[in-house]
Ligand binder design. Structure first.
Ligand SMILES: *Cc1c(COP(=O)(O)O)cnc(C)c1O
Length: 811
């Protein structure tokens, strides 16, 4: 840095409001090209973002220097999705520049909060899996792991959801329509990525591959500042560009259309995020996306290693690669291919090196969500990789046989004409992890049972976590201020310190202030909820939220049936002093998921009916603000009183929404599923509302031949609600509209909504009663906050570093 004459402040966060203001003014003029009088909100936002980014760049260089000087083991997190959200406020808070930024902007006559809200969400992910990757990036910088995230720079992130007459409509998302101030384009960091073609005899023993088409992967780097800016990692996203030479050759031949073809393929690859959550897309373009970003990342990793090290056998000592789900599972075959075909290693040596570096996180046990590719398709798009997969499978079969296992134990990678990506990822990984204690146990007992018997040390658990910077410090200023006064701010980097709140749960004055913070969040939320969903939220109302992707296993339908039954009960007994509730639903359905979209329409139809009914006015309202995303989560979570985590037990791998809500003092109503089990273990049975069948009971009920009709017949409330939906009570213009839902509930009910309904109803009435003892409720809420520090993603990252990556943490 010295050589370019930059003076580097020792503490990059130390900048006065006056200095920052001057820098913002300079960026406005010289980076944006606009004067103060003509500047729009977005111009000011970009100018401030550049001024903040300036404070990150030097610590970024310094981090790289420290990693290089110590030759630290590097951790590469490969994820098809990063659900990041907004970056400005997060960067400002991480650098400790909140008051400086506010003051600087106020001095320029601009409202800082309006600027923050002007930033579009970076929505390069669908839901939990992508948000986990974003939390892990933040935590890798917070604890000082030499980490780097790899993904795809989609031109269009997750679609924008709106409602048209209550039906979900999707619009293209356009986050790059304005300049994205946080990234640096790195045209020099680019790799050609091939597809198709043929495999001939070559230097290595796997044969040399001659791809038919090639695109260029170009890197875009975003610095990821950790807490207090003391460590800054990188998120490297790949964008696909056409190959120049190819274009030119076709052009010179006068083949103008042919010249455009590679451009079309190239730009298609990183154009759009697949909007499916929990159901893989068996489409060729998806496979190309997966290979595209994985291949570019692996080449980048090898290149960085080889700049400093000679012996490839040392790769596992210097490199840990984490595969977030199976989407990058082709990393195994690709790494082997590069080692064999381009470096001349023998297959077995290459396999051992690859397996020494790779680790795989499983996110689901739902059979339909496990990724498989037709072998024919894989062979067409990646012919060389299919051959390598066959060799990996043969080696795996030999290991199985040597261990005395039957050859037909269902653990083959190739079977029924398909490549099972979960099995491939398992076989080529040193460690495989589940994301909650229950999920890991179920992995060992069910889907990965055979592989677990063969490699009993391989499956380990790392329960998910969430970053306390965004999900408490950033989103909940009233509670942050109270915590600061009560226990200081050490909890931001060490969330276990929230335990110091435990004794304060019995302090009436503290509880009052805690309740006041929750109330302040609701008051802050109310105008937005009124505008978005036409709902009046009084601060004394119980705010009940279910915010997450729409999927039948998450059972928004169970919540809705309870809403209908509650509406009926209130109408039938108006004299009762009912606990007033606002039920909030938020979430998107995959555009092709018909049942989930029908459930969205039903919620909107029920909401209209209930909200228009004077008989329940002030007692029950249903809100469904459209376009749930990270920013909406940040608004709703601090205000929530009740967190709905009601999936069919055994099907939610972990959940992270459950952690965010508990950490912000919402009590959970939930099944013993995913991390709910561990939340209960920590907050205590008396501070959470658990109901319903356990995973074992679900399996047993199914094995016995579950018949929902009997459950409906046994519950008059449920029967009435189902009958109302069936008879068009909520859809008088089209009484048959919800027939598919009703038929499924009465006939099949794969997710056991009816079996759990009565237990859920009873628990909800216990919640109504508990809400009336506000001192006791608040005591429970305080204990939830106090005892959920363990759900920090810092704890999760330390666990991965120690038990999986064998990598150091700086802090
Ligand atoms: C945390 C989060 C999720 C995951 O929620 P779950 O309830 O764990 O499914 C999904 N989407 C967004 C925007 C989130 O912030």
């Amino acid at each position: 840095m010295d050589e370019v004459g930059l003076t580097v402040p020792p503490d990059a966060g130390a900048v006065s409001a006056a200095e920052l203001r001057e820098r913002v003014g300079q960026h406005l003029v010289f980076s944006i090209g606009r004067g103060a009088t003509a500047a729009r909100l977005a111009d000011w936002r970009l100018a401030l973002s550049y001024a903040i980014r300036d404070r990150i760049v030097v610590p970024w260089f310094q981090t790289a220097e420290r990693i290089n000087a110590a030759d630290r083991k590097r951790v590469y997190y490969l994820s098809m999705e990063f659900l990041i959200g907004r970056l400005l406020d997060d960067a400002v808070a991480n650098l400790g520049l909140e008051s400086a930024a506010r003051e600087a902007m106020a001095g320029l006559g601009v409202d800082y909060d309006a600027l923050v809200r002007d930033e579009p969400d970076a929505a390069l992910g669908n839901g939990g899996l992508g948000r986990l990757a974003a939390c892990f990036l933040d935590s890798m910088s917070a604890v000082g792991v030499a980490g780097l995230g790899y993904g795809i720079r989609y031109d269009h992130g997750l679609f924008r959801q709106s409602f048209e007459a209550g039906w979900q409509a999707e619009e293209a998302e356009d986050w790059l329509a304005q300049p994205h101030p946080w990234e640096f384009e790195r045209p020099e960091a680019s790799f050609p990525i091939g597809f198709g073609g043929s495999v001939g005899p070559g230097a290595g023993d796997a044969g040399a591959w001659h791809p038919a088409e090639t695109v260029i992967a170009v890197a875009y780097d975003t610095p990821v500042p950790g807490w207090q800016g003391r460590w800054v990692n990188t998120l490297r996203l790949w964008s696909a560009k056409p190959t120049r030479e190819f274009e030119l050759q076709a052009f010179n031949r006068g083949d103008f259309l042919g010249a455009a073809t590679p451009a079309v393929l190239a730009e298609t690859i990183s154009r759009v995020l697949y909007p499916d959550d929990s159901t893989p897309q068996g489409r060729e373009l998806r496979l190309k996306q997966e290979y595209f970003f994985t291949a570019a990342s692996i080449r980048d990793i090898l290149q960085r290693f080889e700049r400093r090290h000679g012996d490839l056998a040392a790769l596992p000592d210097k490199v840990a690669i984490q595969l977030n789900d199976t989407h990058p599972a082709i990393a195994g075959p690709e790494l082997i291919r590069l080692l064999v075909d381009e470096r001349g290693l023998a297959f077995d040596a290459a396999f051992d090196i690859a397996r020494g570096c790779l680790h795989y996180t499983n996110h689901t046990l739902l059979p339909e969500a496990l990724e498989r590719w037709p072998a024919e398709l894989l062979g067409r798009v990646l012919p060389c990789h299919l051959e390598i997969v066959e060799r990996i499978d043969a080696r795996h079969a030999r290991e199985s046989a040597a261990a005395g296992r039957p050859s037909d134990d269902g653990t083959a990678i190739l079977g029924d004409g398909e490549v099972r990506m979960g099995t491939l990822a398992f076989v080529a990984a040193r460690r495989v992890n589940g994301v909650s204690a229950l999920h890991t146990r179920l992995m060992q007992e069910t889907v990965f049972g055979g592989l677990h018997a063969l490699h009993p040390e391989r499956i380990v658990n790392q329960t998910n976590g969430v970053t306390p910077r965004r999900w408490l410090h950033g989103c909940n200023p009233p509670l942050r201020a109270l915590l600061q006064e009560a226990i200081g701010d050490g909890w931001v980097a060490d969330l276990d310190r929230l335990e110091a709140l435990v004794p304060l749960a019995d302090d009436a004055a503290f509880r009052e202030r805690f309740a006041a913070a929750k109330r302040a969040n609701k008051v802050r939320l109310a105008p937005w909820l009124a505008e978005q969903a036409g709902i009046e939220l009084a601060p004394e109302t119980l705010l009940d939220v279910q915010i997450k992707r729409f999927h039948e296993y998450k059972r928004q339908l169970l919540n809705l049936l309870e809403t209908v039954a509650l509406w009926n009960a209130m109408r039938q007994a108006p004299e009762v002093d009912w606990t007033p509730r606002v039920k909030v639903f938020g979430g998107k359905a995959a555009p092709g998921y018909r049942m989930a979209k029908l459930i969205i329409k039903l919620i909107n139809d029920v909401a209209r009916t209930v909200n228009d009914d004077p008989a329940v006015r002030g007692r029950l309202q249903v809100a469904f603000p459209p376009n749930y995303n990270v920013s909406m989560a940040e608004r709703l979570i601090p205000a929530a009183d009740l967190s709905e985590q009601i999936s069919t037990a055994g099907l939610e791998a972990s959940g992270t929404g459950n952690m965010k809500l508990a950490l912000n003092g919402a009590l959970t109503v939930g099944t013993l599923d995913g991390a709910n089990v561990e939340i209960r273990d920590r907050v205590g049975e008396e501070n959470i509302f658990i109901f319903g069948l356990t995973a074992e009971e679900v399996a047993r009920r199914r094995a016995e031949g579950y018949a929902p009709a009997a459950c409906i017949a046994a519950s008059p409330r449920l029967a009435e609600a189902v009958e109302q939906i069936a008879s068009g009570r909520f859809s008088p213009d089209e009484p048959e509209r919800f027939r598919a839902i009703v038929e499924d509930l009465r006939g099949h009910d794969r997710f056991l909504v009816c079996a759990d309904f009565e237990a859920y109803w009873q628990r909800q009435r216990a919640i109504d009663a508990a809400w009336r003892d506000r001192a006791a409720w608040t005591r429970s809420a305080v204990l939830n906050v106090a005892r959920c520090g363990w759900f920090s993603s810092d704890r999760a990252i330390r666990g991965y570093a120690k038990e999986i990556w064998n990598a150091e943490t700086e802090f």
